[in-house]
Design a protein around this ligand. Structure first.
Ligand code: AVJ
Ligand code: FE
Length: 438
Protein backbone atom coordinates (compact mmCIF):
# COMPACT_ATOMS: atom_id res chain seq x y z
CA UNK A 1 0.00 0.00 0.00
CA UNK A 2 1.56 3.29 -1.07
CA UNK A 3 -1.32 5.64 -0.18
CA UNK A 4 0.52 8.35 1.78
CA UNK A 5 -2.24 8.77 4.38
CA UNK A 6 -2.29 5.02 5.08
CA UNK A 7 1.51 5.07 5.34
CA UNK A 8 1.41 7.96 7.80
CA UNK A 9 -1.13 6.16 9.95
CA UNK A 10 0.91 2.95 9.87
CA UNK A 11 4.13 4.76 10.81
CA UNK A 12 2.37 6.65 13.58
CA UNK A 13 0.82 3.45 14.99
CA UNK A 14 4.22 1.71 14.93
CA UNK A 15 5.86 4.61 16.78
CA UNK A 16 3.04 4.82 19.34
CA UNK A 17 3.06 1.06 19.93
CA UNK A 18 6.78 1.11 20.62
CA UNK A 19 6.44 4.04 23.00
CA UNK A 20 3.70 2.32 24.96
CA UNK A 21 6.03 -0.65 25.55
CA UNK A 22 8.95 1.61 26.42
CA UNK A 23 6.77 3.39 28.95
CA UNK A 24 5.74 0.12 30.61
CA UNK A 25 9.33 -1.11 30.81
CA UNK A 26 10.61 2.14 32.30
CA UNK A 27 7.76 2.99 34.67
CA UNK A 28 7.40 -0.31 36.55
CA UNK A 29 10.61 0.13 38.58
CA UNK A 30 11.90 2.97 40.77
CA UNK A 31 14.59 5.56 40.02
CA UNK A 32 17.30 3.42 41.55
CA UNK A 33 16.44 0.45 39.32
CA UNK A 34 16.34 2.72 36.26
CA UNK A 35 19.86 4.05 36.81
CA UNK A 36 21.50 0.90 38.27
CA UNK A 37 23.42 -1.57 36.17
CA UNK A 38 21.75 -4.94 36.70
CA UNK A 39 24.39 -6.83 34.70
CA UNK A 40 27.66 -5.78 33.03
CA UNK A 41 26.11 -7.21 29.85
CA UNK A 42 23.39 -4.57 29.87
CA UNK A 43 22.99 -0.80 29.96
CA UNK A 44 21.11 0.97 32.74
CA UNK A 45 17.45 1.15 31.61
CA UNK A 46 17.67 4.93 31.57
CA UNK A 47 20.49 4.72 28.99
CA UNK A 48 18.26 2.68 26.64
CA UNK A 49 15.46 5.19 27.16
CA UNK A 50 17.44 8.28 26.15
CA UNK A 51 19.31 6.33 23.41
CA UNK A 52 15.90 5.54 21.87
CA UNK A 53 15.10 9.27 21.81
CA UNK A 54 18.55 10.23 20.56
CA UNK A 55 18.40 7.81 17.59
CA UNK A 56 14.91 9.10 16.81
CA UNK A 57 16.18 12.66 16.92
CA UNK A 58 19.21 11.92 14.73
CA UNK A 59 17.27 10.08 12.05
CA UNK A 60 13.81 11.65 11.98
CA UNK A 61 14.44 15.24 13.08
CA UNK A 62 17.95 15.81 11.70
CA UNK A 63 18.42 13.43 8.74
CA UNK A 64 14.79 13.39 7.49
CA UNK A 65 13.48 16.84 8.48
CA UNK A 66 16.79 18.74 8.37
CA UNK A 67 16.36 20.21 11.86
CA UNK A 68 19.12 21.42 14.20
CA UNK A 69 20.26 19.17 17.05
CA UNK A 70 18.16 19.64 20.21
CA UNK A 71 21.00 18.66 22.55
CA UNK A 72 24.16 18.04 20.55
CA UNK A 73 26.19 17.51 23.73
CA UNK A 74 24.44 14.21 24.55
CA UNK A 75 25.04 12.47 21.20
CA UNK A 76 28.31 10.93 22.33
CA UNK A 77 26.87 9.64 25.62
CA UNK A 78 24.23 7.67 23.70
CA UNK A 79 26.52 6.42 20.92
CA UNK A 80 26.63 2.65 21.37
CA UNK A 81 29.96 2.41 19.56
CA UNK A 82 31.73 4.99 21.68
CA UNK A 83 30.83 3.36 24.98
CA UNK A 84 30.55 -0.39 25.63
CA UNK A 85 27.64 -1.40 27.86
CA UNK A 86 29.84 -2.05 30.91
CA UNK A 87 30.97 1.59 31.09
CA UNK A 88 27.59 3.24 30.48
CA UNK A 89 26.66 3.61 34.19
CA UNK A 90 29.65 5.93 34.68
CA UNK A 91 28.59 8.30 31.85
CA UNK A 92 26.86 11.62 32.57
CA UNK A 93 23.42 10.13 31.79
CA UNK A 94 20.25 12.20 31.76
CA UNK A 95 18.43 11.43 35.02
CA UNK A 96 15.09 9.60 34.56
CA UNK A 97 12.86 12.71 34.57
CA UNK A 98 15.08 14.50 32.04
CA UNK A 99 15.32 11.41 29.85
CA UNK A 100 11.52 11.14 29.83
CA UNK A 101 11.20 14.81 28.97
CA UNK A 102 13.74 14.48 26.16
CA UNK A 103 12.12 11.47 24.47
CA UNK A 104 8.67 13.07 24.76
CA UNK A 105 9.96 16.33 23.23
CA UNK A 106 11.55 14.44 20.32
CA UNK A 107 8.40 12.40 19.76
CA UNK A 108 6.15 15.46 19.68
CA UNK A 109 8.31 17.04 16.98
CA UNK A 110 8.51 13.76 15.05
CA UNK A 111 4.71 13.45 14.90
CA UNK A 112 4.56 17.02 13.51
CA UNK A 113 7.11 16.09 10.85
CA UNK A 114 5.22 12.92 9.98
CA UNK A 115 2.03 14.91 9.37
CA UNK A 116 3.67 17.32 6.93
CA UNK A 117 6.55 15.66 5.12
CA UNK A 118 6.04 14.13 1.66
CA UNK A 119 6.71 10.39 1.89
CA UNK A 120 8.69 10.17 -1.33
CA UNK A 121 11.85 11.45 -2.91
CA UNK A 122 14.54 9.27 -1.40
CA UNK A 123 15.15 5.96 0.33
CA UNK A 124 14.65 7.35 3.86
CA UNK A 125 11.27 8.85 2.95
CA UNK A 126 9.91 6.31 0.47
CA UNK A 127 7.35 4.05 2.19
CA UNK A 128 8.13 6.03 5.39
CA UNK A 129 11.20 3.80 5.74
CA UNK A 130 13.03 5.93 8.33
CA UNK A 131 9.93 6.02 10.55
CA UNK A 132 9.58 2.23 10.30
CA UNK A 133 13.28 1.81 11.01
CA UNK A 134 13.02 3.96 14.15
CA UNK A 135 9.92 2.11 15.39
CA UNK A 136 11.87 -1.14 14.93
CA UNK A 137 14.88 0.33 16.70
CA UNK A 138 12.75 1.27 19.70
CA UNK A 139 11.14 -2.18 19.79
CA UNK A 140 14.58 -3.81 19.60
CA UNK A 141 15.61 -1.80 22.65
CA UNK A 142 12.33 -2.78 24.32
CA UNK A 143 13.48 -6.39 23.96
CA UNK A 144 16.91 -5.39 25.31
CA UNK A 145 15.22 -3.72 28.29
CA UNK A 146 13.14 -6.85 28.90
CA UNK A 147 16.41 -8.81 29.07
CA UNK A 148 17.61 -6.30 31.68
CA UNK A 149 14.40 -6.91 33.64
CA UNK A 150 15.04 -10.66 33.49
CA UNK A 151 18.59 -10.14 34.85
CA UNK A 152 17.43 -7.77 37.58
CA UNK A 153 17.34 -9.15 41.14
CA UNK A 154 14.38 -8.54 43.41
CA UNK A 155 10.61 -8.97 43.30
CA UNK A 156 8.63 -9.06 40.07
CA UNK A 157 7.96 -5.72 38.37
CA UNK A 158 6.22 -7.04 35.24
CA UNK A 159 3.40 -9.51 34.84
CA UNK A 160 1.44 -10.86 31.87
CA UNK A 161 -1.14 -13.59 31.25
CA UNK A 162 0.19 -17.02 30.19
CA UNK A 163 0.21 -17.85 26.46
CA UNK A 164 -2.48 -20.17 25.08
CA UNK A 165 -1.35 -23.78 25.30
CA UNK A 166 -1.07 -26.21 22.39
CA UNK A 167 -4.31 -27.94 21.45
CA UNK A 168 -2.70 -30.68 19.35
CA UNK A 169 1.00 -30.07 19.98
CA UNK A 170 1.65 -33.47 21.49
CA UNK A 171 0.35 -35.41 18.47
CA UNK A 172 2.51 -33.64 15.87
CA UNK A 173 5.21 -35.48 13.92
CA UNK A 174 8.61 -34.65 15.41
CA UNK A 175 10.11 -33.48 12.11
CA UNK A 176 9.09 -32.27 8.66
CA UNK A 177 10.75 -32.96 5.29
CA UNK A 178 11.58 -29.85 3.29
CA UNK A 179 12.12 -30.92 -0.35
CA UNK A 180 15.35 -29.88 -2.10
CA UNK A 181 15.62 -27.15 -4.71
CA UNK A 182 15.94 -23.40 -5.03
CA UNK A 183 13.96 -20.80 -3.15
CA UNK A 184 14.01 -17.02 -2.82
CA UNK A 185 15.87 -15.84 0.29
CA UNK A 186 15.78 -12.27 1.57
CA UNK A 187 13.61 -9.49 0.17
CA UNK A 188 13.71 -6.55 -2.21
CA UNK A 189 10.06 -5.58 -1.69
CA UNK A 190 9.31 -5.61 2.06
CA UNK A 191 9.10 -1.85 2.70
CA UNK A 192 10.58 -1.76 6.20
CA UNK A 193 13.08 -4.61 5.77
CA UNK A 194 16.51 -3.58 7.06
CA UNK A 195 19.65 -3.58 4.94
CA UNK A 196 20.89 -7.05 5.96
CA UNK A 197 17.63 -8.70 4.75
CA UNK A 198 18.24 -7.40 1.22
CA UNK A 199 18.28 -8.12 -1.66
CA UNK A 200 16.10 -11.10 -2.60
CA UNK A 201 18.21 -13.82 -4.24
CA UNK A 202 17.85 -17.48 -5.21
CA UNK A 203 19.45 -20.17 -3.05
CA UNK A 204 19.62 -23.87 -3.69
CA UNK A 205 18.88 -25.82 -0.53
CA UNK A 206 19.10 -29.65 -0.70
CA UNK A 207 16.35 -31.71 0.99
CA UNK A 208 16.49 -31.72 4.79
CA UNK A 209 14.39 -32.51 7.83
CA UNK A 210 13.63 -29.86 10.45
CA UNK A 211 11.99 -30.16 13.87
CA UNK A 212 8.27 -29.36 13.80
CA UNK A 213 8.68 -27.25 16.95
CA UNK A 214 11.53 -25.74 18.97
CA UNK A 215 13.51 -28.06 21.28
CA UNK A 216 11.77 -28.23 24.66
CA UNK A 217 13.08 -27.68 28.16
CA UNK A 218 12.20 -31.31 28.91
CA UNK A 219 14.32 -32.59 26.02
CA UNK A 220 17.15 -30.29 27.07
CA UNK A 221 16.92 -31.64 30.64
CA UNK A 222 17.43 -35.17 29.21
CA UNK A 223 20.62 -33.94 27.51
CA UNK A 224 21.83 -32.59 30.86
CA UNK A 225 20.88 -35.74 32.73
CA UNK A 226 22.68 -37.85 30.10
CA UNK A 227 25.89 -35.98 30.96
CA UNK A 228 25.66 -33.55 28.06
CA UNK A 229 27.77 -30.89 29.77
CA UNK A 230 30.39 -33.49 30.81
CA UNK A 231 31.15 -35.19 27.54
CA UNK A 232 33.77 -33.50 25.33
CA UNK A 233 32.56 -35.18 22.13
CA UNK A 234 29.27 -33.24 21.93
CA UNK A 235 31.06 -29.88 21.89
CA UNK A 236 33.13 -27.81 19.49
CA UNK A 237 36.62 -26.87 20.78
CA UNK A 238 35.67 -23.29 21.72
CA UNK A 239 32.32 -24.47 23.13
CA UNK A 240 34.02 -27.02 25.38
CA UNK A 241 36.59 -24.48 26.62
CA UNK A 242 33.76 -22.06 27.34
CA UNK A 243 31.57 -24.43 29.37
CA UNK A 244 34.59 -25.70 31.33
CA UNK A 245 35.95 -22.25 32.07
CA UNK A 246 32.57 -20.92 33.19
CA UNK A 247 31.46 -24.25 34.79
CA UNK A 248 28.18 -24.24 32.89
CA UNK A 249 25.82 -27.11 33.61
CA UNK A 250 22.34 -25.89 32.61
CA UNK A 251 20.63 -23.00 30.77
CA UNK A 252 20.98 -19.57 32.34
CA UNK A 253 18.52 -19.00 35.24
CA UNK A 254 18.05 -22.75 35.87
CA UNK A 255 18.94 -24.44 39.13
CA UNK A 256 18.47 -27.92 40.51
CA UNK A 257 16.69 -28.25 43.82
CA UNK A 258 15.11 -31.24 45.55
CA UNK A 259 15.41 -33.39 42.43
CA UNK A 260 13.70 -30.91 40.11
CA UNK A 261 14.68 -28.08 37.81
CA UNK A 262 13.65 -24.60 38.87
CA UNK A 263 14.03 -21.37 36.96
CA UNK A 264 13.94 -17.71 37.85
CA UNK A 265 11.79 -15.68 35.47
CA UNK A 266 11.08 -11.96 35.92
CA UNK A 267 11.52 -12.11 39.67
CA UNK A 268 9.60 -15.36 40.25
CA UNK A 269 11.07 -18.82 40.86
CA UNK A 270 9.02 -21.60 39.28
CA UNK A 271 9.45 -25.21 38.13
CA UNK A 272 10.84 -25.61 34.61
CA UNK A 273 7.92 -26.56 32.36
CA UNK A 274 9.08 -29.51 30.24
CA UNK A 275 6.75 -28.73 27.32
CA UNK A 276 8.02 -25.17 26.91
CA UNK A 277 10.75 -24.37 24.34
CA UNK A 278 14.12 -24.17 26.09
CA UNK A 279 15.31 -20.56 26.37
CA UNK A 280 18.51 -18.83 27.55
CA UNK A 281 20.94 -21.23 25.89
CA UNK A 282 24.08 -20.17 24.02
CA UNK A 283 24.93 -21.20 20.47
CA UNK A 284 27.52 -23.58 21.97
CA UNK A 285 24.85 -25.30 24.07
CA UNK A 286 22.39 -25.51 21.17
CA UNK A 287 25.08 -26.96 18.91
CA UNK A 288 26.16 -29.53 21.56
CA UNK A 289 22.55 -30.61 22.16
CA UNK A 290 22.04 -31.13 18.43
CA UNK A 291 25.15 -33.32 18.20
CA UNK A 292 23.98 -35.32 21.23
CA UNK A 293 20.61 -35.82 19.50
CA UNK A 294 22.38 -37.12 16.36
CA UNK A 295 21.33 -33.98 14.51
CA UNK A 296 22.63 -30.47 13.74
CA UNK A 297 21.46 -26.87 13.77
CA UNK A 298 19.74 -25.74 10.55
CA UNK A 299 21.64 -23.32 8.35
CA UNK A 300 20.13 -19.88 8.04
CA UNK A 301 19.01 -20.67 4.47
CA UNK A 302 17.33 -23.89 5.65
CA UNK A 303 15.54 -22.00 8.42
CA UNK A 304 14.25 -19.36 6.01
CA UNK A 305 13.20 -21.92 3.42
CA UNK A 306 11.22 -23.80 6.09
CA UNK A 307 9.67 -20.52 7.23
CA UNK A 308 8.83 -18.88 3.91
CA UNK A 309 8.84 -21.21 0.93
CA UNK A 310 5.48 -22.30 -0.39
CA UNK A 311 6.36 -25.37 -2.51
CA UNK A 312 2.98 -25.39 -4.31
CA UNK A 313 3.42 -21.84 -5.61
CA UNK A 314 7.26 -21.81 -5.60
CA UNK A 315 7.13 -18.48 -3.85
CA UNK A 316 8.48 -17.04 -0.61
CA UNK A 317 5.90 -15.69 1.85
CA UNK A 318 6.38 -12.83 4.31
CA UNK A 319 5.54 -15.20 7.19
CA UNK A 320 5.07 -18.98 7.51
CA UNK A 321 1.26 -18.60 7.38
CA UNK A 322 1.18 -16.25 4.39
CA UNK A 323 1.54 -12.53 3.75
CA UNK A 324 -0.87 -11.21 6.40
CA UNK A 325 0.60 -9.32 9.35
CA UNK A 326 0.83 -11.35 12.59
CA UNK A 327 -2.21 -11.50 14.90
CA UNK A 328 -2.29 -13.04 18.39
CA UNK A 329 -3.56 -16.26 16.73
CA UNK A 330 -0.44 -16.63 14.60
CA UNK A 331 2.46 -16.17 16.98
CA UNK A 332 3.60 -15.30 20.49
CA UNK A 333 5.07 -11.84 19.94
CA UNK A 334 5.13 -8.37 21.47
CA UNK A 335 5.62 -9.15 25.19
CA UNK A 336 1.89 -10.00 25.44
CA UNK A 337 3.05 -13.08 27.36
CA UNK A 338 6.32 -13.11 29.22
CA UNK A 339 7.30 -16.64 28.26
CA UNK A 340 7.23 -18.98 25.26
CA UNK A 341 4.14 -21.11 24.62
CA UNK A 342 4.28 -24.92 24.80
CA UNK A 343 6.03 -26.53 21.83
CA UNK A 344 3.50 -27.24 19.10
CA UNK A 345 1.29 -24.25 19.88
CA UNK A 346 -0.08 -21.80 17.32
CA UNK A 347 -1.51 -24.12 14.63
CA UNK A 348 -2.63 -21.02 12.67
CA UNK A 349 0.98 -19.90 12.45
CA UNK A 350 2.18 -23.13 10.80
CA UNK A 351 4.17 -23.09 7.54
CA UNK A 352 2.78 -24.73 4.38
CA UNK A 353 4.65 -27.93 5.32
CA UNK A 354 3.40 -27.82 8.92
CA UNK A 355 6.39 -26.38 10.80
CA UNK A 356 5.23 -24.48 13.90
CA UNK A 357 6.38 -21.53 15.98
CA UNK A 358 8.99 -20.32 13.51
CA UNK A 359 7.87 -16.80 14.36
CA UNK A 360 7.77 -15.71 18.01
CA UNK A 361 8.31 -17.67 21.26
CA UNK A 362 12.13 -18.02 21.17
CA UNK A 363 14.89 -16.74 18.89
CA UNK A 364 16.34 -19.75 17.09
CA UNK A 365 20.09 -20.19 16.75
CA UNK A 366 21.18 -21.24 13.26
CA UNK A 367 24.47 -22.84 12.22
CA UNK A 368 25.36 -19.79 10.12
CA UNK A 369 27.75 -16.89 10.57
CA UNK A 370 26.30 -13.40 10.07
CA UNK A 371 27.27 -12.55 6.48
CA UNK A 372 25.97 -10.16 3.81
CA UNK A 373 23.73 -11.42 1.03
CA UNK A 374 25.06 -11.10 -2.53
CA UNK A 375 24.42 -7.50 -3.59
CA UNK A 376 24.24 -6.18 0.00
CA UNK A 377 24.44 -2.40 0.41
CA UNK A 378 24.74 -0.78 3.84
CA UNK A 379 21.73 1.48 4.47
CA UNK A 380 21.32 3.91 6.08
CA UNK A 381 24.39 3.40 8.30
CA UNK A 382 27.25 0.90 8.31
CA UNK A 383 26.96 0.36 12.06
CA UNK A 384 23.55 -1.29 11.85
CA UNK A 385 24.80 -4.48 10.15
CA UNK A 386 27.94 -4.19 8.08
CA UNK A 387 30.46 -3.80 10.90
CA UNK A 388 29.21 -7.11 12.40
CA UNK A 389 29.63 -9.28 9.28
CA UNK A 390 32.23 -12.05 9.55
CA UNK A 391 32.74 -15.23 11.56
CA UNK A 392 32.33 -13.65 15.02
CA UNK A 393 28.52 -13.62 15.22
CA UNK A 394 25.95 -16.38 14.68
CA UNK A 395 22.54 -15.71 13.16
CA UNK A 396 19.31 -16.11 15.12
CA UNK A 397 15.94 -16.21 13.38
CA UNK A 398 12.22 -15.92 13.99
CA UNK A 399 11.92 -13.52 16.92
CA UNK A 400 10.83 -14.24 20.49
CA UNK A 401 7.89 -13.50 22.78
CA UNK A 402 9.79 -10.28 23.57
CA UNK A 403 9.89 -8.93 19.99
CA UNK A 404 7.14 -6.83 18.49
CA UNK A 405 5.67 -7.75 15.11
CA UNK A 406 7.12 -4.59 13.55
CA UNK A 407 10.63 -5.98 14.14
CA UNK A 408 9.90 -9.59 13.19
CA UNK A 409 9.23 -11.28 9.83
CA UNK A 410 10.35 -14.27 7.79
CA UNK A 411 13.37 -12.37 6.46
CA UNK A 412 14.42 -10.67 9.72
CA UNK A 413 18.00 -11.46 10.83
CA UNK A 414 19.35 -11.15 14.36
CA UNK A 415 22.89 -12.00 15.44
CA UNK A 416 24.89 -12.45 18.61
CA UNK A 417 28.08 -13.97 19.99
CA UNK A 418 28.01 -17.78 20.38
CA UNK A 419 28.49 -17.43 24.17
CA UNK A 420 25.45 -15.21 24.71
CA UNK A 421 22.46 -16.60 26.60
CA UNK A 422 20.89 -13.74 28.49
CA UNK A 423 18.91 -13.23 25.26
CA UNK A 424 15.63 -15.10 24.66
CA UNK A 425 17.42 -17.76 22.62
CA UNK A 426 16.37 -21.33 21.90
CA UNK A 427 16.72 -23.49 18.80
CA UNK A 428 15.37 -26.35 16.73
CA UNK A 429 17.43 -29.08 15.07
CA UNK A 430 17.70 -30.46 11.53
CA UNK A 431 19.30 -33.30 9.58
CA UNK A 432 20.16 -34.04 5.94
CA UNK A 433 17.56 -36.12 4.07
CA UNK A 434 19.06 -39.47 3.03
CA UNK A 435 18.95 -40.57 -0.65
CA UNK A 436 15.85 -42.72 -0.02
CA UNK A 437 14.08 -40.03 1.99
CA UNK A 438 14.21 -37.00 -0.28
C1 AVJ B 1 20.08 -6.50 15.85
C2 AVJ B 1 19.54 -6.90 18.13
C3 AVJ B 1 21.79 -7.23 17.34
O1 AVJ B 1 20.57 -4.69 19.89
O2 AVJ B 1 22.61 -4.83 19.20
C4 AVJ B 1 19.82 -1.69 18.40
C5 AVJ B 1 19.79 -3.99 17.26
N1 AVJ B 1 21.07 -1.91 16.65
N2 AVJ B 1 20.44 -0.53 18.18
C6 AVJ B 1 21.40 -4.79 18.98
C7 AVJ B 1 20.22 -2.55 17.44
C8 AVJ B 1 21.21 -0.64 17.14
C9 AVJ B 1 20.94 -4.95 17.53
N3 AVJ B 1 20.58 -6.38 17.21
FE1 FE C 1 20.33 1.18 19.43
Amino acid sequence: DTDPEALRRRAEAALRGARERTRTLTSCVDEHDLTAQHSPLMSPLVWDLAHIGNQEEQWLLRAVAGQEALRPEIDSVYDAFEHPRAERPSLPLLPPAEARGYVADVRGRVLDVLERIPLRGGPLLDAAFAFGMIAQHEQQHDETMLITHQLRRGPAALTAPPPPDAADGASLPSEVLVPGGPFTMGTSTEPWALDNERPAHRRVVPAFFIDTAPVTAGAFARFIEDGGYQRRSWWTGPGWRHVREHRLSAPLFWRREGGQWLRRRFGVTEPVRPEEPVVHVSWYEADAYARWAGRRLPSEAEWEKAARHDPAADRSRRYPWGDADPTPDHANLGQRHLRPAAAGSYPRGASPLGVRQLIGDVWEWTASDFLPYPGFRAFPYREYSEVFFGDTYKVLRGGSFAVDAVACRGTFRNWDLPVRRQIFSGFRTARDAGPGEA
